[in-house]
Design a protein around this ligand. Structure first.
Ligand code: 5AD
Ligand code: SF4
Length: 448
């Protein structure tokens, strides 16, 4: 009997990659491979990679070096690079990093079984063609049972923000059908999942070629599957966020009142150089419309510090915008030049120490704002979906509010996977702390 081949897979980068890894595992599983959590005992070790910033790539190079060491005790180990870095660097990965046997871009995962098989016979392989149609719509991702699932609904990006490699590494936008997304999520609900996050680089330009439905239609269809299913989505581009979508979120209790709406900068001059296609006043107007329709909405953003030519004045405008919007949270990045993007040609003229100083100012200000927003919740009772043991302490559980805030409270095994009320007694800028409120009869029924 041929022993089952074992595959080890590590994932870096965005949630899209997490979802893609589940597609990869599904494809390999159907071809007879079994997943292992130990790279040392694997036949194939794969890294699903991110190319969005230089430091992401550096970390992955480090990891590939560690895999190479495993070859001392496991000489036949096949090492493969998947995802955005594979697509960006292509055959360079096979040349410079001689330990790599396989380079496979995001649209070529169906070829994995064939290429892995060849690699096991000693033949290196590369597959990096981008597709206008591949969306893995028919592949059921391999997920372990849980509470929360990531569901990719579209791939690629047509926005071409000048700093971003994604349009080059993930190719053109294409959407799955409402029908298949609903089918997949219905099956997840039957398996006991309580929350789904619909994923796309820019979900607002979702368009089903079959029903002609837009993202609001998809969100509505998903929300109707089960009123107890929490529905989240990311990422929204401010340019394409329609009033119809805002109204859909407002109308459905189970669509979470949380929107990740990256602004990147508060300066109109920088926004233009970034090709973001909106101004700060358009953005603020959109935030106003969202807040009017969904009063308790929580908002988060992405900010880049030190984009080419950014002045102190531009930076100050970003700080002003953070204050004006009063986000619940922000993901903040130092600008990282990426070859072949438009911004690459603008140079990288902001000195490292200035980038770091600006980034720190942004982080400090946002921390203060997040803390203020969280303080309002002290003494309040909020509903959370309980996720399970906290990473920090076995004695604690965590859950999340509809507004995507993490709540830590004393462990109660019976609460896992349930909707429960928690009374908040202290907060910091990132986390709420509290204790479970007793279960009412009505809540018991809702938890089913
Ligand atoms: N440098 C720094 N940050 C970047 N992002 C994308 N490309 C770059 C880059 N070259 C950030 C943006 C985006 C998030 C996913 O990553 O803020 O919204
Ligand atoms: Fe990159 Fe802009 Fe597309 Fe987001 S919208 S993936 S930042 S090009």
């Amino acid at each position: 009997m041929i022993p089952v081949r074992k595959v080890y897979l590590e994932t870096y980068g965005c949630q899209m990659n997490v979802a893609d890894s589940e597609v990869v595992l599904s494809i390999l599983n159907n071809a007879g491979y079994e997943r292992t959590d130990r790279a040392a005992e694997a036949d194939v070790a794969l890294v699903n990679t991110c190319a969005v910033r230089e430091n992401a790539e550096q970390r992955i190079y480090g990891r590939l070096g560690e895999f190479r060491h495993l070859r001392k005790s496991n000489p036949g180990l096949v090492i493969g690079v998947l995802g955005c870095m594979a697509e960006r660097l292509r055959k360079d990965l096979l040349q410079s990093e001689s330990s790599v046997d396989l380079v496979i871009g995001p649209d070529e995962y169906r070829r994995l079984p064939e290429l892995v098989e060849h690699a096991l016979q000693g033949e290196k392989g590369i597959a990096v063609r981008l597709s206008r149609v591949e969306n893995y719509d028919d592949i059921v991702p391999l997920r372990t049972d849980g509470i929360s699932a990531w569901v990719s609904v579209m791939r690629g990006c047509d926005k071409f923000c000048t700093f971003c490699v994604v349009p080059y590494t993930r190719g053109r936008e294409r959407s799955r059908t409402v029908r298949n997304v609903v089918k997949e999520i219905t099956a997840l609900v039957e398996r006991g999942f309580k929350e789904v996050t619909l994923l796309g680089q820019n979900v607002n330009s979702y368009r089903d070629g079959e029903s002609q439905g837009d993202f609001a239609d998809l969100l509505e269809a998903v929300a109707r599957i089960d009123s107890r299913l929490r529905v989240r989505f990311t990422t929204s581009h401010p340019q394409d966020m329609s009033d119809k979508l805002i109204a859909t979120i407002a109308r459905h209790d189970n669509i979470c009142n949380y929107i990740h709406l990256p602004v990147q900068s508060g300066s109109d001059r920088i926004l233009r150089l970034m090709n973001r296609t909106y101004t700060s006043s358009h953005y603020l107007n959109l935030v106003g419309r969202i807040r009017a329709a969904i009063p308790d909405v929580s908002l988060s953003t992405d900010i880049i510090a030190g984009f080419p030519t950014e002045t102190d004045e531009d930076h100050r405008m970003t700080l002003d915008l953070l204050r004006e919007v009063s986000y619940d949270g922000a993901f903040t990045f130092k600008y990282s030049p990426r070859e072949n993007t438009k911004a690459w040609q603008m140079g990288d003229d902001i000195p490292e120490d200035v980038k770091v100083a600006r980034l720190n100012e942004i982080i400090d200000l946002q921390r203060e704002i997040s803390l203020q927003r969280n303080r309002v919740l002290v003494g309040q009772t909020v509903e959370i979906l309980v996720e399970g043991p906290s990473k920090r302490s076995e004695k604690d559980f965590t859950g999340r509010t509809e507004t995507n805030k993490t709540v830590v409270f004393p462990r109660d095994d019976a609460a896992a996977g349930q909707y429960r009320k928690v009374t908040i007694d202290r907060v910091n800028s990132a986390t709420l702390f509290g204790s479970l409120a007793p279960v009412t009869a009505r809540r018991k029924a809702a938890n089913g």
